[in-house]
Design a protein around this ligand. Sequence first.
Ligand code: SF4
Length: 451
Amino acid sequence: MASENFKITPYKVTLKKDGLPRCGTRSTPGVITQRSCVYYGARWILAPIKNSIHIIHSPIGCAYYGATVRKKTYTIASSDISEIEIIYGGEKKLKKAILEAARELKGEVIFVYLTCPTALNGDNIEAVCREAEEILKIPVIPVYSPGFAGCSQAKGHEIGMKALFRLIDRNVDSAKELIKKKRRYKFYKISKDEELTVNIIGEFNVSHDLEVIKELLSKLGIRVICTFTGDCDLKSMSESKKAKLNLVHCRSTGKYIANYMEEKYGIPQMKVSFFGISNTQKSLLEIGKFFNIEERAVEVIKEEYNKIKEELKFYLEKLEGKKVGMFMGGSKIGLLSAAFRDIGMEPIIIGSQFGSLEDYLEAYINAEDNTILVDDASNVDLQIMMENKKPDIFIGGTKEKFLALKLGIPFLSFPQDNYPFTGFTGFLNFAREVYKAIYHPIWKLIKFEIN
Ligand code: SF4
């Protein structure tokens, strides 16, 4: 779907029948936005990388803010700059912090984040990183992520992904032959005895989502080399260029690496989704087609579906026709609205803190004419929408949770807390969690009046 064919309204809130919401623009001054800053967006991408050290070149506040990502708190370091460094520059203090962190924390790669104050005082973190790399003999990667570099965390996702290019490029010499061969991938046929390998890009292994995906792929005989960034380390990133296909799970964040690897190493990319039954089936069939193992893909789909179908029936009957509101990361609104459609539910509010036009287009096809599409809603906006539309359940992050519950609306956290939501078993978990939230006995005991 090309966005040129769709009407884009001048408003951040719209009904589907009126067009797509305006997005990718700065928040209205004075409004308490739900967005995060660019630096936090970069943390969202880079935090899960194994054996990595993260140094935030900032006052301690930015570092504290970026320590917790997807509800997990990481050990990070800060150069802890103060007024003195703001005036005279903080490069010396940064170098000291890098060497100290390398000594204390041990890791195979170091990321150094530029934040608002250190970008404004003009510190040359590239030069400091090169000096530190000389001394430490491990990659020291600058991440140019001052909070003001974009209008939301989405820009930070891009910056975080692009910071990884240098790590993918390691050991380039040994891969020269492979690259030449891959560059002709349009004519590249996979022979029977070749190992089937992929990278997954834009998957962050929330509540073991990745394990379900890997198990499905292993049933097709496919090995995952590297998952950016839910399961990656320096070695797997460096080997990722040997993959025969890149599976892009979250397009908003994944496209940067996928495009880069396609351009540089000739690795084709395929957009997939393992959220919802129809998306999972479609993705497995397309992967099967690519590797010429379609029959196996069909078998796996049948086997996996048969395992869940009896239990699933109960939830589908109970949930059919229920209405859902959602507010979450841009790339997930299309996927989740499709998964709710698979359950038989109707998305009536679809919103994101930082969706792109592509994200809203994906959501658009799962929406009804009167479904609200909203970008960068404040808490007050969300409250008004919930009160007017009265969804049977709302799905979103911590910031929306208590608002929904106080209004008497059942709530489901996303990213989810306990179980994987990907693949067939994940879809069953998803339906079960939605059912548990809506039919929780507490709602019979409490009466809410929404005026
Ligand atoms: S100072 Fe800038 S980089 Fe630090 S948390 Fe605030 S907006 Fe983000």
